[in-house]
Design a protein around this ligand. Structure first.
Ligand SMILES: C[S@@+](CC[C@H](N)C(=O)[O-])C[C@H]1O[C@@H](n2cnc3c(N)ncnc32)[C@H](O)[C@@H]1O
Length: 292
């Protein structure tokens, strides 16, 4: 078991901590059959989350992108970086990008959501479908996601929120004892998000909406407080992926089927097109790099 356990104060609402190795083992097992098992049932959540992101556009981080089932749902105006702890899951996302020619996917990397290798404010938005129920410490992951989203940017989550009482609560409690084998916690309580929001006055809950099937999943939209400074575009580094050399190990970039943009190469757009466009007050270049 790894040391990735929630701090003591967090355990009363989240008793069944999953370790990193539980998750890696579980998703290595799930990877070959994941799409067959979960493409359909969780599609409404992915569709709703992708629609929320498509309204924003810009540089988007997909946390726990898995096999990339949501990747074809994003518009061309989204430039997406996907990360996941599980290389077997991510390899399937890589194959999907190649097969479907998903040019809006800028990079995929093996990376721990609890220690993201990106600069503060590197993204205009982040999406994390069906991930908070999986990670050892959801509050730390939320802190990390909020750190890498620029002031005024949005965070879009989709999650199963556990029932508080009744038959479903009993079934979830029973399944919860099998979390390590399943690779997620069926009994994830809203109290975790409530507590995180209570300690993060800079984050506003924009929307909480139950989704099909049977309200089993919930779409959650959050906004990071805008800074008092001028509207800013997401900060980038010379590295177009934003994955800097200080990225935590293991953080491995997977090859995508296109010529990589090197740090030294210039923005390919002529100056008149670089005028770009405004998204929620933030300027962004239309070229596929993440640094302009
Ligand atoms: C239930 S799957 C969701 C995948 C995808 N978002 C979807 O909608 O199908 C959860 C994903 O989160 C990943 N994950 C779990 N813990 C993680 C962590 N600490 N950092 C990054 N990814 C993680 C798992 O490997 C898995 O691919």
């Amino acid at each position: 078991m790894s040391a990735a356990q929630p701090p003591p104060g967090r355990q009363e609402v989240f008793p069944a901590a999953l370790s990193k190795s539980d998750i890696e083992d579980a998703y290595a097992r799930w990877a070959p059959v994941y799409d067959f098992a979960f493409a359909a049932v969780m599609r409404p959540g992915r569709t709703a989350a992708a629609a929320a992101i498509n309204r924003l556009g810009g540089r988007v981080l997909d946390v726990g992108v898995g096999t990339g089932l949501e990747l074809p749902m994003f518009d061309a105006g989204v430039r997406l970086v996907g990360i996941d702890l599980s290389e077997p899951m991510l390899r399937r996302a890589q194959a999907r990008v190649a097969t479907a020619g998903l040019d809006h996917v800028v990079s995929l990397a093996v990376m721990d959501a609890m220690k993201l290798g990106f600069r503060d404010g590197a993204f205009d938005a982040a999406i994390a479908p069906y991930v908070l129920t999986v990670v050892p410490d959801p509050e730390s992951v939320l802190d990390e996601i909020a750190r890498v989203v620029r002031p005024g940017g949005e965070i879009v989550l989709v999650n199963h929120i556990g029932a508080e009482r009744g038959l479903r609560a009993m079934i979830e409690a029973w399944l919860g004892k099998r979390s390590a084998a399943l690779g997620w916690r069926p009994e994830f309580p809203w109290a975790i998000l409530d507590r995180w929001l209570a300690r993060r006055p800079d984050i506003t809950l924009l929307e909480r909406r139950n989704l099909a099937p049977f309200g089993l999943f919930t779409l959650i939209r959050l906004r990071c407080a805008a800074s008092s400074a001028e509207p800013q575009k997401a900060a980038g580094k010379a590295d177009p992926t934003g994955i800097a050399e200080e990225a935590p190990k293991p953080a491995a970039l997977l090859d995508l089927p296109r010529a990589p943009t090197t740090a030294a190469s210039a923005c390919p757009l002529p100056a008149r097109e670089k005028a770009g466009e405004r998204t929620n007050g933030a300027w962004r270049c239309r070229c596929p790099r993440l640094v302009c």
